[in-house]
Design a protein around this ligand. Structure first.
Ligand code: NAP
Length: 266
């Protein structure tokens, strides 16, 4: 089998540049196109501070996509653009691998119909860090045995939402997987918020500090013991093994896959 041809939309952005770098470092993949609204006509090699590669940033369109004919298009753009980008890719016979966040359930249903009609595949993953996906899997196992659990999520001080999407998803996993509710107890709260936010008896504590990137710790409590499961994303490179894994899978898949956990062998 030949190399998988990959184009990146959002190639001028923070994640897109990292994806271009990761694709260039992977022998079985070939970077064939780079799309963005910014940096038009700039050579992606020079943007990455390497030698020119002859791949210029272009606006994403039917024409630009058909010209480079990728097998897979990785998208790290914005919630406003991503749905149109996915539709365009599928119309052009290209399989989308999407990391852009903010895709709703309603969007997913529409995308699912487009994917089925195209006979191709699409992979959408709100968290490409393999460690974060594994953390949630381990949490689903531990929650069956430890009804008491609290989540501490720690992020850089530029993050505007709290708690993080991953913390909310982790709380839902705990709620779904625990076999009994944690015991009720009265608490004397002397300062509002001292026990964090609570979703169905799972407490979530959000910390925002400069110097942090993206971290999460889940502490389970049981008789005479605690179990702590922790994941740390140190920088954006942490997402790249998951992106490359998805690109390779997409080339041989059919249908829509939402969440990297649904591609992994458990
Ligand atoms: P960013 O630096 O702002 O990059 C996004 C780039 O995409 C910008 O240059 C933007 O141009 C461009 N763009 C917008 N619409 C486009 C279109 N239609 N076609 C081509 N390019 C377009 O953002 P980022 O930090 O890289 O993050 C990108 C997305 O990835 C966000 O949704 C973020 O939440 C998500 N993310 C996901 C994961 C994961 O694991 N799934 C991890 C990290 C981040 P303009 O500036 O002109 O809009």
């Amino acid at each position: 089998m030949g190399r998988i041809k990959v184009a990146v939309s959002g190639a001028f952005g923070r994640m897109g540049r990292e994806v271009c770098r990761a694709v260039l470092n992977e022998e079985s993949l070939e970077l064939v196109g780079a799309f963005d609204l910014q940096g038009e006509d700039e050579d992606i090699g020079e943007i990455l501070r390497k030698k020119p590669l002859g791949i210029k940033i272009e606006k994403l369109s039917k024409e630009s996509l058909k010209k480079v004919q990728p097998d897979v298009m990785v998208d790290f753009t914005t919630p406003m653009s991503v749905i149109d980008n996915i539709e365009l890719a599928l119309q052009c016979g290209v399989r989308p691998v999407v990391g852009t966040t903010g895709i709703t359930q309603v969007d997913l249903s529409r995308i699912g119909r487009w994917v089925d009609a195209s006979g191709l595949s699409a992979i959408i993953a709100p968290n490409f860090a393999l460690g974060a996906v594994l953390m949630m899997k381990f949490v689903s196992i531990a929650a069956r045995y430890f009804p008491q659990a609290e989540i501490i999520e720690l992020h850089h001080d530029q993050k505007i939402d709290a708690p993080s999407g991953t913390a909310l998803k982790t709380a839902n996993i705990i709620i779904e997987c625990r076999e009994e509710d944690p015991p009720e107890r009265d608490e004397l709260i002397k300062l509002s918020g001292a026990r964090g936010a609570v979703q169905d008896k799972v407490h979530i504590h959000s910390i925002r500090l400069s110097g942090l990137v993206a971290h999460q710790e889940v502490i389970f409590g049981g008789t005479g013991q605690t179990l702590t499961i922790r994941h740390d994303s140190i920088d954006r490179q942490s997402f790249m093994p998951g992106v490359i894994f998805a690109v390779k899978k997409a080339a041989s898949l059919q249908g829509l896959v939402y969440g990297l956990e649904n591609l992994m062998d458990w």
